[in-house]
Design a protein around this ligand. Structure first.
Ligand code: ZN
Length: 679
């Protein structure tokens, strides 16, 4: 719920007539290495913003960049030293830049830049250098003394001794976040959120002592601190704040937030920026909660941002926030879409194909808007989410609501960059189906996400006395299925034409085809041969697709057919498919409302888990022939102030021309706030 990650290597499909893209010739492709593609994104409408809004975006972007070193250090205690060393070798290298060793070195550096450290951003595994240790040592020795990130009196050999094992020994700091519950997940995780010698049991005991289970408004314990041992071996939290850990970076962040505050759009915005600064000064998590409430409740401002220690996926115990920043402004045209949907929430609820006893009498849609990202930073860069839903504290969400945002220009960049990657030609059955997907998949995909997030999860109710955890281990997959079915059912409803979010009654067919194709076949690409489907969203998609295939068999609603030895999804009757979607939604809502664990388990076991090994192998083979990178991320545009003779800012320009290495080296030059000693 908190964070929507692009589901797709799939995607791939649209030319999108209705898009905001300003420049047809915009080049989305920046770099390609290992399993990564780096893209750039366009910031449509930036030039039509007011000067005040541009200044605000610029100041917030500066505040965003100033935190870069924090995430590098949070990800591993040697990362800043390693970055500096590698970058100095890269820029000082006098040998053949086409040699095998140097090429391998460059690839490794690009990976490290992308991971904000020596571990893969998604798998958390340490990168394996493909250049020799001898090459590395030779290059370190060739560096001038002032290019060595070591303390006074220490030499190149010292640096080699410290970094050699960290970079080259696969057993040293092997995994950034270890989730294997049979081990001490803190002692075996290489991230820098816990100091040396700290164990999982000690941390759990520490928080058990200070947490009050009866507090209705608890702070987010551990969110902004590193846990270390003092000289007597007792645990203590080092807080991140102006005079604490990461103080030099936080001072710069505060400076630019203060600049932004002075050009804020309204008092509500000024108030939450002030509160955020106070929190950065003191590290007081009560102030962070107060800030979060003010932020969630400000739905008026056009320019908006996140800047702080937010998501806790990098903490094996899920407490400490990784530093990140998003700077953005509202996409009013596209937000009209989510507002049209939210404001009709009750109509959708009252007309849903479920037993009336399970419907909500008063449904409240989540406040949602569509935004244009202007700067990504920290843990949100270069790899980023396409949707965010904050704040994370449950009691704040319940009492004050949350903001759900869709990063439309990022989604658009993913889609545009995928165009022409051969996916459609390989997997979509025929030209007419490809055509409807090219014309309508982008918009129906967005609508699917809107309906799923704003209405799907918020729909329906439990019967009195039913435990919300009654579906146990299948709860997550069934809940995702419920939200997806709700979205799929309404995608084909004339109501969407009536409220003006779509202009063709057949558009939904694009999403229906993609959904079946993904659920029956192409998502298998992410699973190793011989394994089952595990992840909740993937189980949900297979459950829906297999159930429809099975229940539509008699009438041949959907079939798997062979063409030239290859398997294809063929949808013969879209209307009947919609009826089946409604029927399954009714059943899964019943299971949820009644807490019918057995029926839920039966559905999951029968449809969601097992894979036909022959089809699986075929999908993997066909995919491997398309060179589609599994992971993608972005470089940011560059903003530059234009000043008059008095030094006043008269405009902010935007430039997209930077390459990936140019951007990374510039960030290290201009935004190194923490030095290279280990924190
Ligand atoms: Zn969901």
């Amino acid at each position: 719920m908190k964070k929507v990650i692009p589901t797709l290597v799939l995607g791939a499909l649209a030319c999108m007539p209705a898009l905001a893209a300003e420049n047809k010739d915009f080049n989305y492709h920046v770099d390609r290495f290992a399993d990564i593609e780096v893209l750039r994104y366009e910031v449509p409408e930036f030039n039509s913003l007011s000067l005040q809004q541009k200044k605000m975006l610029y100041y917030l972007s500066q505040a965003a960049q100033m935190g870069r070193d924090i995430i590098w250090d949070q990800n591993g205690r040697y990362n800043l030293k390693i970055r500096k060393t590698l970058e100095n070798i890269y820029t000082n290298y006098k040998g053949d830049r086409e040699s095998k060793d140097f090429k391998a070195f460059e690839k490794y550096l690009k990976q490290v830049w992308f991971g904000n450290g020596i571990h893969h951003h998604y798998s958390n595994d340490k990168f394996t250098p493909e250049f020799s240790r001898e090459f590395f040592e030779e290059q370190v020795r060739a560096l001038p003394a002032d290019k060595l990130p070591v303390c006074q009196g220490k030499d190149a050999q010292h640096l080699i001794d410290v970094l050699g094992p960290v970079i080259f020994d696969p057993t040293v700091m092997a995994k950034k976040v270890n989730q294997d519950g049979s081990q001490d997940i803190i002692a075996t995780s290489a991230g820098n959120l816990y100091g040396p010698g700290v164990t999982q049991a000690e941390v759990e005991e520490y928080f058990a002592k200070i947490k009050d289970p009866n507090d209705p408004t608890p702070i987010s314990y551990g969110l902004n601190s590193k846990m270390v041992k003092d000289k007597d071996g007792n645990l203590k939290e080092l807080h991140y704040h102006l005079n604490g850990l990461y103080g030099p970076a936080i001072a710069k962040i505060i400076y630019w937030l203060d600049m932004a505050k002075n050009v804020a759009e309204n008092d509500a915005q000024k108030a939450y920026i002030t509160k955020l600064i106070d929190y950065y000064i003191t590290g007081d998590l009560r102030l962070f909660d107060e800030y979060s409430i003010l932020w969630a409740e400000d739905t008026k401002s056009n320019v908006d941002f996140v800047n702080g220690f937010i998501e806790s996926y990098s903490d094996p115990l899920g407490m400490t926030g990784s530093w990140e920043s998003y700077v953005n402004f509202k996409n009013s045209k596209a937000s009209a879409r989510t507002e049209a949907i939210s404001s009709n929430a009750q109509w959708f609820e009252s007309n849903s194909p479920v037993d009336p006893r399970f419907r909500k009498e008063n449904v409240k849609g989540v406040s949602a808007k569509v935004i244009t990202a202007a700067m990504l930073a920290g843990d949100a860069f270069p790899s980023t989410a396409i949707g965010i839903n904050l704040p994370n504290a449950n009691w704040i969400r319940a009492a004050h609501g949350s903001k759900s945002v869709t990063l439309e220009n990022i989604t658009e960049a993913y889609e545009m960059a995928s165009h022409g990657n051969g996916f459609n030609e390989e997997f979509v059955i025929d030209a007419p189906t490809r055509k409807i997907m090219e014309d309508y998949l982008y918009i129906t995909d967005m609508l699917h996400t809107d309906l799923h997030e704003c209405l799907g999860h918020a729909s329906g109710q439990l019967l009195p006395g039913v435990d919300q955890d009654a579906l146990k281990e299948n709860g997550a997959a069934l809940e995702e299925a419920r939200a997806d079915l709700f979205a799929l059912y309404y995608l084909a409803d004339p109501k969407l034409l009536e409220i003006g979010v779509i202009d063709n009654p057949d558009a939904y067919k694009a999403e229906y085809y993609k959904y079946m194709l993904n659920g029956l076949m192409t998502q298998l690409n992410r699973i190793e041969l011989g394994k089952d489907v595990e992840e909740a969203h993937m189980r949900n998609r297979q459950l829906i697709a297999q159930w429809i295939l099975d229940h539509g068999k008699k009438d041949k609603v959907v079939e798997l057919v062979k063409k030239g030895g290859k398997t294809f999804v063929k949808i013969n009757d879209y209307k009947k498919m919609r009826a089946l979607i409604g029927q399954l939604l009714g059943e899964i809502q019943r299971i949820k409302s009644e807490g019918d664990y057995e029926a839920g388990k039966k559905l999951i076991d029968r449809y969601a888990v097992k894979i036909d090994p022959k089809l699986h192998k075929e999908v993997l083979n066909r995919y491997s022939k398309l060179d589609i990178p599994p992971y993608r991320g972005f470089v940011n545009p560059v903003y530059k102030p234009v000043t008059n003779e008095k030094g006043e800012i008269t405009d902010i320009t935007i430039d997209y021309s930077e390459t990936y290495p140019e951007q990374m080296l510039r960030l290290s030059r201009e935004y190194s706030t923490l030095g290279t000693s280990s924190h």
